[in-house]
Ligand binder design. Sequence first.
Ligand code: S3P
Length: 427
Amino acid sequence: MRNSQLEEIRLVGDVIIPGDKSISHRAIMFGSLANGTTRITNFLLGEDCLSTIACFRKLGVHIDVLEEEVIVHGKGIEELKEPNAVLDVGNSGTTARLMMGILSGLPFHSVLIGDASIGKRPMKRVTKPLKQMGASIDGREDATYTPISIRGGSLKSISYHSPVSSAQVKSSILLAGLFADGTTIVSEPEKSRDHTERMLKAFGCELDVNGNTVSINGNQRLTATDVIVPGDISSAAFFLVAGSIIPNSEILLKNVGVNPTRIGILTVLERMGANITLEDEKMVNGEPIANIRVKSSKLKATVIGGAEIPTCIDELPILALAASMADGETIIKDAEELRVKETDRIQTVVTELSNLGVSIEATKDGMIIQGNSSLKGANVKSHGDHRMGMMLSIASLLADGETEIEDTNCIAVSFPNFKEQLNDLIK
Ligand code: S3P
């Protein structure tokens, strides 16, 4: 992508944000466990969610992917069958970890594999509690890395305090808890996204949420229900930051999910002085959505840490770019989880923003970013990480001179038409 600050571009217009990745995965999974037909609209046809569909097809679930909707023909848990091939989760950590919870409760053998990035991501955070529940699980380095093989079956409930605040860990144990005898209880240090809890209720399950603790009774059955997937606030984040830092911009992002466990990007940007307004707020399927309008404004530095981190974990790379344009020094802390995402996002963000001329330093659990940077065009890499690819695409609009981004194909993992949507806004 080419640009120069001197060309004085601005971003103006409306963007249709694609469906939420977390919610799309769960709609396929819960629809596959349920009895009946689940129709999903605004499903994210990104590569990660297509991996989830492929896995459930191998378990014998009939799923139609149509232009307007995805239809899951659920026949209930009892009809899921032993796969005769490995289950490939591609680049998707959510597919890997949530599937492990489900497969632990099913009375057959299965093997999960993924791409090179998945092969480096820690799975012991789920395999350890799932083994405690009675599943037989093995894999490299004591079931820490894929390939992971699972022989599921009768599970017993556990009470588990997760050392990390992770919706993937919480959801994996809750899903296994659906198959277990007794009540499974999961707690975590800070509250992570709660789409599993909300959607399980929509599918007719009973569970109890008390602060950062969730309890679920075993041997429950899911009943199919239709799902309308809200726009993904993690995808909207790139436009929220771009609209804030590129002068004279105004963007309207339509039907975006504004679940309180996901809106750290809004609270952080507002604290930095962003001009963001929510319009037409409503509830859809137990999830709040809104249109979000952003107008450019001068940002100031902030500190991001503590309980706020799980609410904006995927948005920290683009927030680092926002910080590089703000007045003052921004500190991101308590975010060591960034090191085990699709890439080590502390390292990749620091390396690539440094390449563009930002003064930024890695710490053990975050980064320190100096504001008011002048970005200079350079050759940069996404490292195969979709969120890095999108962050660098926005950065290239601010850089003086030409920026070449190596490997932007990975953006299709979560936002297949990102480039077109961005180009349409450029005035
Ligand atoms: C997700 C949870 C988060 C997030 C990921 C999607 C989910 O991961 O980073 O992109 O759908 O549950 P952790 O739960 O591991 O923090």
